[in-house]
Design a protein around this ligand. Structure first.
Ligand code: PLP
Length: 458
C-alpha cells in the first residue's frame, strides 16, 4: 500500500493536462509524416519495466511514446499514405472526439444519453439521405465495417430463420450470396454465424456483381438455402461498385435480405461524378459505411443503417432485468438495440460535429478530390512507358502493373518509398498476379505527390 489517497488518479492535474494538450496541438498542426516500421527489440527495450506498482511522471511516459513508439506507427492520416484504406479525419472531428473522451460520453440508450443519441441520429440521417433510405430508416454507429457487416447479417439470418420456421420449413444451415470480390469480413461474419457463402465468380464481369453474373449464378449454383445477398459499393481491392439495381431485383424476387457493404465506398454518394454508380442502393435492407474511411472521421466509426430498424431491434436488443429501464422509455432510439454490443462510445459525435461545422459542400469537394486524383493517377500511368493500368478507376482506387515486375519488386518499391518518406503503398493482386495499388482519400494529397511516386518507377 502506498498510503496515497485512492482518488489521486482522478484528481485534475494541470501539468499533465497541459503536457498532453500541447502534444495534441502539435500533432493536429503537423502535416503528418508517413513514419516508419517498428523494430520489435527496440520497442521491447523502450517498454520494459515501464508499468510499476508506484507509477511514473506523465512526462517520462509521454517521452517514451514520442521517442520510441510514435514513429513506429504509420500515419494512416498522412496525405502520402495510399495503402489499405487510408484515413483523413477532419480537424473538427478529431477535436470533438476528444470531447467525447473527456466527457466519457457513452450512448447506449436514449435514457442515458438523449442529446448524444439525437445528435448521432442527425449525422446518421445525412448518411441515410445520401443513400436514399426512407425517413423511417434508422441505424447506429459501431466500431468498424466488420462489426457492422456481422450485425446486419445476424438480422438477415434470424429473420429468415423465423420466416422459414413459420412456413414449416426445416431449420437448415442458411447461406448468403456473395461476390468473389466481397470483403474478407463477410466470410468471417458468415463463419461466426454458421452460414455458408455461395460465391459468385465475377472474373468474366471485370470484378462486378452485375445482372449477367447473377443470372449465371442462378443457373449454375445451388441457391436453395440462400436468404440474403451482399452487394459491395466500392470493393476494397479495386473500388468496384456492384450493380445495385440488379442485386435489388434479384433479392426482391426471392425475398432475400439485401445488405450493402459500402464500408469504403459509401462516401462516393456525395460526389456527383460517381453517385450514379450507386443507383439502387436505396433499395437495400441494410447498409454499412465507415465514417473512419472516406467520411473523414476518426477511428473507430462505422455506420450501420437499416431500412426497418425494428427488425434489428427484435434481434439485437439485450434482455436483462437491469436493462428493463432503458426499454421503458422512448425505445425508438436505443443505439445498443441495433447491433451486437451494449455499452458504446458516442463515436458518431465526432462526425456530427464535423458535418455541422464544415457543411456538406466541403465533404462533397473532398470526396470529389479523391476521385479526380485517382483519374489523374490513372492517366499518368497510361502515359508511362513501363506501366500498365489494370482497369479504369471507378472511385478512388487505382491498380496498375510495372511491366516485368514480380511480387518481390513491388515489395522493394514499397520499402524504398517508405524509407524516403515519399509514400506508403502496399501491393495487392488482380486475377492472381501481383499489382501495385493506390487508394486516394486525403484531400491534401496533391498531383505532385502522385508524380513523385510514379517517377520512381522509371
Ligand atoms: C468494403 C469493406 N468492407 C468491410 C471492411 C472492414 O471494415 P473495418 O476495417 O472498419 O472493420 C473494409 C475495410 O477496408 C472494406 O473496405
Amino acid at each position: 500500500m502506498t498510503g496515497l489517497p485512492a482518488d489521486r488518479m482522478h484528481t485534475f492535474d494541470p501539468e499533465m493536462t497541459s503536457l498532453i494538450l500541447e502534444y495534441v496541438r502539435d500533432r493536429l498542426e503537423m502535416n503528418a509524416p508517413v513514419d516508419g516500421l517498428g523494430d520489435r527489440a527496440d520497442i521491447q527495450v523502450a517498454l520494459d519495466g515501464l508499468i510499476t506498482d508506484q507509477g511514473r511522471p506523465a512526462a517520462e511516459v509521454l517521452s517514451v511514446y514520442i521517442d520510441s513508439l510514435a514513429d513506429t506507427i504509420l500515419s494512416a492520416d498522412s496525405p502520402r499514405y495510399f495503402a489499405f484504406i487510408p484515413a483523413a479525419p477532419t480537424k473538427a472531428a478529431l477535436l470533438f472526439d476528444m470531447v467525447v473522451s473527456a466527457a466519457s460520453l457513452q450512448a447506449c440508450s436514449w435514457l442515458e444519453a438523449a442529446g448524444a443519441v439525437a445528435a448521432e441520429n442527425q449525422a446518421l440521417r445525412v448518411l441515410m439521405d445520401a443513400a436514399g433510405l426512407p425517413q423511417t430508416a434508422g441505424g447506429v454507429f459501431v466500431s468498424g465495417g466488420s462489426a457492422g457487416n456481422l450485425s446486419a447479417l445476424v438480422v438477415a439470418r434470424d429473420r429468415a430463420r423465423a420466416q422459414r420456421l413459420a412456413n414449416g420449413l426445416a431449420d437448415t444451415r442458411l447461406a448468403v450470396l456473395v461476390s468473389d470480390q466481397a470483403h474478407s469480413s463477410i466470410a468471417s461474419a458468415l463463419n461466426i454465424l454458421g452460414m455458408d457463402a455461395v460465391v459468385v465468380a465475377t472474373d468474366a464481369r471485370d470484378g462486378r456483381l452485375d445482372r449477367a453474373a447473377l443470372e449465371r449464378a442462378m443457373a449454375c449454383l445451388d441457391v436453395s438455402n440462400v436468404v440474403a445477398v451482399v452487394a459491395t459499393a466500392g470493393t476494397t481491392n479495386a473500388g468496384i461498385v456492384d450493380d445495385m439495381q440488379a442485386i435489388a431485383d434479384c433479392a426482391h424476387d426471392r425475398q432475400w435480405w439485401m445488405h450493402v457493404d459500402a464500408a469504403y465506398g459509401g462516401a462516393g454518394l456525395l460526389a456527383a461524378s460517381v453517385a450514379w454508380r450507386y443507383d439502387g442502393i436505396e433499395r437495400a435492407d441494410s447498409i454499412v459505411t465507415d465514417p473512419h474511411k472516406w467520411w473523414f472521421a476518426p477511428y473507430d466509426c462505422a455506420a450501420l443503417m437499416y431500412r426497418q430498424p425494428h427488425l434489428a431491434r427484435a434481434i439485437h436488443a439485450q434482455d436483462a432485468s437491469y436493462l428493463d429501464v432503458i426499454h421503458e422509455v422512448d425505445t425508438d432510439f436505443n443505439p445498443s438495440d441495433l447491433a451486437y454490443h451494449l455499452t458504446r462510445r458516442a463515436r458518431g459525435l465526432a462526425l456530427w460535429f464535423s458535418l455541422a461545422v464544415n457543411g456538406l459542400d466541403a465533404y462533397r469537394d473532398a470526396v470529389e478530390h479523391s476521385v479526380h486524383l485517382a483519374q489523374y493517377a490513372a492517366q499518368r500511368i497510361e502515359e508511362h512507358p513501363d506501366l500498365e493500368l489494370v482497369r479504369e478507376p471507378e472511385l478512388s482506387v487505382v491498380l496498375f502493373r510495372r511491366r516485368g515486375w514480380e511480387l518481390a519488386d513491388y515489395a522493394r518499391w514499397s520499402r524504398a518509398l517508405l524509407e524516403s518518406q515519399t509514400a506508403f503503398v502496399a501491393h495487392s493482386s488482380w486475377r492472381g498476379e501481383p499489382v501495385a495499388r493506390l487508394v486516394f482519400l486525403h484531400p491534401s494529397t496533391t498531383q505532385e505527390v502522385v508524380d513523385q511516386m510514379l517517377q520512381t518507377l522509371r
